[in-house]
Design a protein around this ligand. Structure first.
Ligand code: HEC
Length: 195
C-alpha cells in the first residue's frame, strides 16, 4: 500500500465513523463534529486524488565514458546537453530565426571545431554583434555565456559532446575522437584546459 492509499483509507475511515455517528447518535454536538469529520474526510480524499507533481531539478546527464561506443552516441549526449544542462536552447534555435541569438543551423559546417570550442569558452573573443552581416550591426539582446564557467559550467567532455552534436546536426563528420574524452578525475576533465 502506498502512502497515498493509506491516507485515503484513513480519510474514508473518518467519513465512515462520521456517517455512523450521524445515523445512530442523537446528541447534537457529536452530530456536528461527525458532519465536520465527513466534510474534512471528503476534502482529503479529493486532495489525495489529485496526481502528485514533484518538481525536480533537470536530470543531469551522466557521462558514462565506458558506455559511449561511437561518435553518433557522443553527438546524442551532446544533443541532450544542448537542450538540457547546457541551456543552449534557451537562447539558440536550430533552423528557425525566431531566437534571440544566432541560429545555429549548419554551424558545425560553418565553423571549425577549434572555433566552435572558442565560441563556447571565450565567447567574447569574436563578437560579430549580429550574424546577418546586413546593414549596421544590431547586436543581440543576450550575451553568449562562458559555457565552461558557472552557472552553466560544462566540463571538457560535455563541451566536446556538444561540439560533436553541432557537427553531426550540420551534416558534418564528427571530428571529436572518443580517445580525446578525459577520464573522470584526471587533470583535464574540468574543462578549463585548452583543447
Ligand atoms: C544567454 C544566451 C546564450 C546561451 C545560453 C548560449 N548562447 Fe551561444 N551565443 C549567444 C549569443 C548572443 C551569441 C552571439 C555571439 C556573441 O555574442 O559574440 C552566441 C554565439 C554562439 C556561437 C557562435 C555562432 C557563430 O555563428 O559564430 C555558438 C557556436 C554558440 N553560441 C553555441 C552555444 C552553445 C553550444 C550553447 C550551450 C552550451 C550556447 N551557445 C549557449 C547566446 C547564448
Amino acid at each position: 500500500m502506498t502512502e497515498t492509499q493509506i491516507l485515503q483509507a484513513l480519510g474514508l475511515g473518518i467519513m465512515g465513523v462520521g456517517g455512523a455517528i450521524l445515523l445512530f447518535v442523537k446528541a447534537r454536538f457529536v452530530r456536528v463534529m461527525a458532519f465536520v469529520a465527513i466534510v474534512l474526510g471528503a476534502f482529503s480524499l479529493v486532495a489525495l486524488g489529485v496526481p502528485q507533481m514533484a518538481s525536480m531539478p533537470p536530470v543531469v546527464e551522466k557521462f558514462d565514458l565506458a558506455a559511449i561506443k561511437d561518435k553518433r552516441e557522443l553527438a546524442g549526449i551532446g544533443q541532450k546537453i544542448f537542450f538540457g544542462t547546457g541551456q543552449c536552447a534557451l537562447c539558440h534555435t536550430i533552423g528557425s530565426s525566431e531566437g534571440r541569438c544566432p541560429d545555429l543551423k549548419g554551424v558545425g559546417a560553418k565553423l571549425t571545431r577549434e572555433f566552435l570550442y572558442e565560441s563556447l569558452t571565450q565567447p567574447q573573443a569574436f563578437t560579430y554583434m549580429d550574424y546577418e552581416h546586413v546593414g549596421p550591426a544590431k547586436g543581440f539582446p543576450a550575451k553568449m555565456p562562458y559555457i565552461n564557467k558557472k552557472p552553466i559550467g560544462l566540463n571538457k567532455n560535455e563541451i566536446l559532446a556538444v561540439i560533436a552534436f553541432l557537427q553531426n546536426m550540420s551534416g558534418e563528420e564528427v571530428t571529436i575522437n572518443l580517445s580525446e574524452l578525459a577520464t573522470p578525475g584526471s587533470a583535464s576533465s574540468d574543462g578549463r584546459k585548452a583543447l
